[in-house]
Design a protein around this ligand. Structure first.
Ligand code: NI
Length: 406
């Protein structure tokens, strides 16, 4: 009926051709993808094998296909310092040398060669030689006679293997020397009391000392001084010597240097604040010493008094037993350790009432560490004077000293 044939609109025609093109492209892409993901056949070191597409020569080594690998790093002693640490494996590709990053294509022919061995580098370094702590002499008083210094050893060694080739001592270490000494000749004895001041017991000890007109040395804890400043002052007022037993009674040798310094300094400061005495006498808790502790003590110019007679009063075996043990071990120049703090010290006070009169009967004189120091100084001065003028000792004139030969 109609005179007109119905034409599809132009847009619709375009749509159809687009769809066809897209389909063709998708198929093409899929095909290339399929083809490119297919393993390639290559010949490596005479053997045919397949490798993933996109492989490089270096991948043949990692995949274990190539017969050769990197060379080794050879140590200074000739042994292998690091397997595979030498030059990398080298390749020829289709008869020509090729870098390891070269890409492989199907039917390539590869020959691999093991990389060269390399010699490890030699380095020179300085190593510290630790110094020793040496003790000289015997006795309860100790002093630092030499600070000690580490030595230096120059070493050449393999950088990787760490094997030493040469070792030369550039500087010898010098020992730290700690001298121990008996205080002075003569029948002197030093009573020392640790861990106070402590209510009741410090006062008890002071009362007994006063009764017998005897002076002693008190190694106080900074913490206790802060708690009982009045007792600390009383000790000083009654003529006794005060020493520093650190601030809080830690084992110094186990602390880091900064903490050791703090313990010593704070103890001393607390004593100074309460009593006005700037003591240099120090007794590390538990007698815990060692190089680190000595360094700090020496930096603060302090002196150490340990003991040679330990009353072990802190074990509380009874006043008689404490006294008997002290009396048994005391000899001229002894430093006796007892405690006026750290617990119930009633036995200590009672033992003291036995010890003092007994030692007095035996002819001992009780001195404090300060008095002992004074006596030592006098002894030394007298000895020095004697050395300077051995023959003219009696006829030496006071004014002639400047003309003497040294
Ligand atoms: Ni103590």
């Amino acid at each position: 009926m109609s005179r007109y044939t119905v034409k599809p609109p132009a847009e619709a025609q375009h749509r159809v051709s687009f769809a066809v093109m897209a389909l063709v492209m998708a198929v093409a892409l899929l095909l290339t993808g399929f083809l490119s993901s297919k393993p390639m056949r290559v010949t490596v070191d005479g053997r045919s094998c397949s490798v993933p597409p996109g492989s490089r020569l270096s991948d043949l080594v990692t995949a274990g296909i190539a017969q050769s690998a990197a060379g080794n790093l050879i140590g200074v002693d000739g042994s292998v310092a690091k397997r595979g640490g030498g030059a990398p494996a080298s390749f020829t590709l289709n008869g020509r040398p090729a870098p390891s990053q070269t890409r492989l294509y199907g039917s390539d022919v590869v020959e691999s060669a093991t990389g060269a061995n390399l010699q490890e580098a030699v380095i020179t370094t300085d190593v510290a030689i630790p110094f020793q702590v040496r003790e000289e002499g015997r006795g309860p008083l100790s002093e630092l006679r030499a600070l000690g210094a580490p030595g230096v050893r120059r070493v050449t060694l393999g950088e990787v293997s760490g094997i030493e080739i040469t070792s030369t001592v550039v500087m010898e270490p010098s020992d730290m020397v700690i001298g121990f000494a008996r205080p002075v000749n003569g029948k002197f004895v030093v009573l020392t009391f640790d861990d106070g001041p402590y209510p009741t017991y410090t006062a008890g000890v002071l009362r007994v000392l006063k009764d017998y007109d005897v002076h002693a040395t008190f190694f106080m804890l900074g913490l206790q001084v802060r708690r009982n400043p009045g007792l600390a002052r009383q000790v000083v007022a009654e003529g006794h010597t005060v020493g520093n037993h650190t601030y809080s009674h830690k084992k110094l040798a186990k602390l880091p240097p900064a903490k050791i310094r703090w313990e010593i300094k704070k103890g001393r400061e607390a004593i100074y604040k309460a009593t006005g005495v700037n003591t240099r006498w120090t007794r590390p808790p538990y007698g815990s010493m060692g190089g680190k502790v000595w360094r700090q003590l020496s930096a603060q110019r302090l002196r150490v008094a340990l003991w040679d007679v330990d009353s072990r009063d802190w074990k509380k075996p009874g006043a008689r037993k404490i006294a008997a043990s002290v009396l048994k071990h005391t000899k001229p120049g002894s430093v006796i350790i007892m405690h006026d703090g750290g617990g119930n010290r009633r036995q200590t006070v009672r033992a003291l009432e036995i010890i003092i009169p007994q030692l007095k009967r035996r002819g001992y004189t009780f001195v404090t560490l300060d008095q002992l120091d004074e006596m030592r100084r006098e002894d030394r001065a007298a000895a020095a004077a004697k050395r300077r003028a051995p023959s003219k000792a009696s006829g030496a004139q006071p004014g002639g000293s400047s003309k003497r030969e040294s």
